[in-house]
Ligand binder design. Structure first.
Ligand code: SF4
Length: 324
């Protein structure tokens, strides 16, 4: 990296200011020898804002598969011939059981996730019923139920949902290559409606879907404008039968540079590393020094996660504490 980009990166990290798109692009294109400096800045930005406490999430797939949408990466789209399971909506009792199981882990958020463009009203009632049950208060409730309108989002907040998750998925300029059945504008509207309904917002997406370096930076900038409370980053795990089944997997150093760029461009947001962490192989523990503030513990939506005890040992070995 040239000296002016390095200087800007250090200044942004020290002051907690968002990095420019030009400097971000230089990080994505930097040499392996620049990585220690990039990681030191990303780590400083994380530490200045969040200290050495990390937070973990756990999710349940409360309704799986049979989705009418055509998201290119998704095993749950009915347009793809995958082996992903198809299940009807979980009952309030099943959601409660999943919550209690998640609460045995040191996670701070429990996410209820459903497939489809938007969850139907009757099914939203089941989700609200579960959250309203007594004594289910240790974990923060998070919902990921598709493109809901203001009234439905308000009902979720009143039932106790603190956070709404809705990914932008990728850069606006690349979104038409990924999905043709709904618009980027609808995704943005949903995010904004969740915030207006009084919920925290969790929004990120998937890297390594064939987007250019410029589009990675464009995506990070879009998130920076929306200022989500939390940004989940996934790295494509190509699933056989989807349109992206043959996509090349991102290299470990590219993943670390990408996390650092999202951290430095979004200094106030949590960054959670979700699917695709496995692509880092032996470098998994470095995500925190690249600026991540947490990971997803346990299984992900359609792919198995790492054994939680292994992740907890990794965090202890790194000397981090956990936020509840
Ligand atoms: S990402 Fe969501 S909306 Fe898109 S196909 Fe998968 S389940 Fe459907």
């Amino acid at each position: 990296m040239d000296s002016s980009s390095l200087k800007e990166m250090r200044r942004a990290a020290e002051k907690g200011l968002p990095l420019s798109t030009e400097a971000a692009l230089k990080i994505l294109r930097s040499e392996p020898g620049d990585l220690p400096e990039v990681m030191a800045c990303a780590s400083l930005a994380r530490k200045n804002r969040f200290g050495d406490a990390l937070s973990m999430c756990s999710i349940m797939n409360a309704k799986s598969g049979a989705c009418s949408e055509d998201c290119a990466f998704c095993a749950q789209s009915s347009r793809h011939g995958t082996n992903a399971s198809v299940s009807s909506m979980a009952t309030a009792g099943q959601i409660e059981s999943a919550y209690r199981k998640a609460a045995e882990l040191p996670v701070s958020h429990f996410g209820v996730v459903t497939s489809g463009k938007a969850l139907k009203d009757g099914d939203i009632d089941a989700v609200c019923d579960a959250a309203l049950r007594k004594k289910l208060v240790r974990l923060n409730w998070c919902a990921s139920l598709g493109c809901l309108d203001g009234d439905r989002l308000l009902a979720l907040r009143k039932a106790g949902f603190k956070r709404f998750h809705h990914n932008l998925e990728t850069a606006e300029s690349y979104f038409p290559q990924i999905c043709s059945t709904h618009s980027y504008a609808l995704r943005l509207d949903t995010l904004r409606a969740a915030r207006e309904a009084g919920m925290e917002v969790c929004s990120g997406g998937i890297l390594g879907m064939g987007e250019s370096m410029e589009q990675r930076v464009e995506f990070a900038e879009s998130l920076s404008r929306e200022q989500p409370d939390s940004i989940p980053l996934n790295f494509l795990v190509p699933v056989e039968g989807t349109r992206l089944e043959s996509m090349e997997i991102m290299k470990p150093l590219d993943i670390l540079r990408t996390i650092a760029v999202f951290r430095l461009m979004n200094p106030k947001s949590e960054i959670k590393i979700c699917a695709g962490r496995i692509h880092l192989r032996d470098l998994q523990s470095m995500v925190f020094h690249a600026g991540a503030t947490g990971i997803m513990l346990g299984d992900l939506l359609t792919v198995a996660g790492r054994e939680p005890l292994k992740d907890l040992q990794m965090l202890e070995d790194l000397g981090f504490t956990l936020r509840s």
